[in-house]
Design a protein around this ligand. Structure first.
Ligand SMILES: NC(=O)C1=CN([C@@H]2O[C@H](COP(=O)(O)OP(=O)(O)OC[C@H]3O[C@@H](n4cnc5c(N)ncnc54)[C@H](OP(=O)(O)O)[C@@H]3O)[C@@H](O)[C@H]2O)C=CC1
Ligand SMILES: CC(C)CCC[C@@H](C)[C@H]1CC=C2C3=C(CC[C@@]21C)[C@@]1(C)CC[C@H](O)C[C@@H]1CC3
Length: 396
């Protein structure tokens, strides 16, 4: 609870320092006056309010989530991409009317501080709300009886007020859209400082916008992820969604603003190719599984080889899911490499995301394997025998 916000602040400070040493001490310890700003608080609350209002707008589709313990299902608005487009429209109008978006680059520290503060307060309210929730609404983890552990993991599975689902809202909107907005502000700041944004900055902005746009376009797919179906909503996800994602996932753009890197077109083309390969695997694998889970007889997946399980569901054992047991993680990691490469190889700092993300996905994969073994028993063992590698073919 303390280490993650401290790491985030460390990264923000180090990214703008001359030596930019990931493993060195921070250049200085910020006092409260550097962290606390009523303007940042107002801006942050306006941002949350705007995203909440966009969430409540009529959606092109309302999707049903997975069946819950009490056999009911929840309904979710599919309007995340619409929120991204409307936000882009509002920001464009604002910038044309003189909104100094590039000033965000100077406000990251106080913004990250208020985001962390709101995550703490929000998690506390969620913890208290869960005390009133029926047992069927509680998450499988996060109800150990140890208040600190439960506060971090989250007690309630799908905390809602009316139809407003807090976890679903936080997972995709304020943090992910905030991340690309911060990237854009850093790009504009670079243009102000150096006359035009660098090629490296364009690449980082472009790659990460593609990733966020894709996540929002495929919003419905989030309904089958562990975060929505299994994990409670507590400090880890609230902080992760609201603070960690926008302020640490934008680290490469932050680094580039203060440490411009020369990048020629030949190298840029190679990096684009790496990102394209990563995206192709990531999207191909995720779409194949989602299509198959929605309708196994869909012509796009009907020819794939499968293993039957005692639950009635089948496991794909050819196509992307016959290559490794988590091809989507492999694609995601290749993209993470492509996001860091425009920052050159002189510093370790821009590779922080790749390192953290490898650890997160290895841990996540291990957690998922245990859940699948519990769910599918012998069929899962058979799958592991037929597809022995977890994420990287012939390596891991
Ligand atoms: N940028 C970031 O910070 C993060 C990004 N991600 C990305 O989000 C995406 C979703 O990830 P995540 O929710 O972790 O996991 P997955 O989308 O990989 O979902 C895992 C589930 O898929 C199903 N499954 C596993 N193997 C098979 C198979 N062979 N055939 C059919 N179904 C199978 C199982 O569920 P069931 O059988 O019940 O359907 C399993 O529990 C990934 O692309 C990941 O890279 C994730 C975390 C963080
Ligand atoms: C603060 C902790 C160290 C870890 C917090 C983890 C969260 C930041 C991530 C948990 C699962 C996530 C997913 C995504 C973003 C990061 C978090 C919230 C995606 C929305 C990213 C885009 C992908 O297309 C889907 C992902 C689903 C899981």
């Amino acid at each position: 609870m303390l280490l993650l916000p401290a790491t985030m602040v460390h990264l923000l400070l180090v990214a703008r320092s001359g030596p930019a040493r990931l493993l060195g001490p921070p250049p200085y310890l910020p006092g409260l006056e550097a962290l606390w700003s009523p303007r940042a608080l107002l801006l942050w609350l306006t941002w949350l309010g705007l995203q909440a209002a966009l969430y409540l707008l009529p959606a092109r589709k309302v999707a049903e989530g997975q069946e819950l313990k009490d056999k009911s299902t929840l309904r979710y608005p599919i309007n995340g991409f619409q929120a991204l487009v409307l936000t882009a429209l509002l920001v464009t109008l604002g910038v044309l009317a003189g909104l100094p978006l590039e000033e965000l680059a100077e406000m990251l520290l106080p913004l990250a501080f208020v985001a962390t503060l709101t995550a703490f307060i929000f998690s506390l309210l969620l913890y208290l709300k869960a005390l009133l929730a029926p047992t069927s609404a509680l998450a499988p983890g996060g109800n150990s009886g140890n208040p600190i552990y439960d506060f971090i993991l989250g007690r309630e599975l799908n905390p809602r007020i009316g139809s407003f689902d807090f976890k679903y809202f936080c997972e995709l909107r304020p943090g992910l859209i905030g991340w690309v907005l911060i990237n854009l502000a850093l790009l504009m700041k670079e243009a102000e400082l150096r006359g035009s944004p660098s090629l490296a900055m364009w690449l980082v902005n472009g790659f990460q916008l593609l990733y966020v746009g894709d996540a929002l376009w495929q919003e419905e797919a989030i309904l089958t992820t562990m975060d929505i179906t299994h994990d409670g909503f507590g400090f880890m996800l609230a902080f992760g969604d609201l603070a960690w994602v926008p302020f640490t996932y934008s680290l490469q753009a932050q680094f580039l603003l203060y440490h411009p890197q020369p990048l020629g077109w030949p190298m840029a083309s190679v990096i684009c190719l790496i990102n394209a390969v990563g995206f192709y695997i990531f999207r191909g694998a995720n779409t194949q599984k989602n299509t198959f889970r929605k309708n196994p007889s869909d012509p796009r997946v009907a020819d794939l080889e499968t293993i039957p399980t005692a639950t009635g569901r089948q496991l794909l054992v050819s196509g992307w899911w016959g290559m490794v047991r988590h091809p989507n993680y492999l694609g995601d990691l290749i993209m993470a490499l492509a996001w860091s490469l425009p920052c050159g190889t002189s510093h370790l700092l821009p590779y922080f995301y790749l390192l953290y993300f490898t650890a997160l996905l290895v841990h996540r994969e291990d957690r998922d394997e245990r859940q699948c073994l519990q769910k599918y028993g012998l069929a899962w063992r058979d799958y592991c025998r037929r597809v022995p590698y977890r994420i990287v073919p012939y390596i891991y």
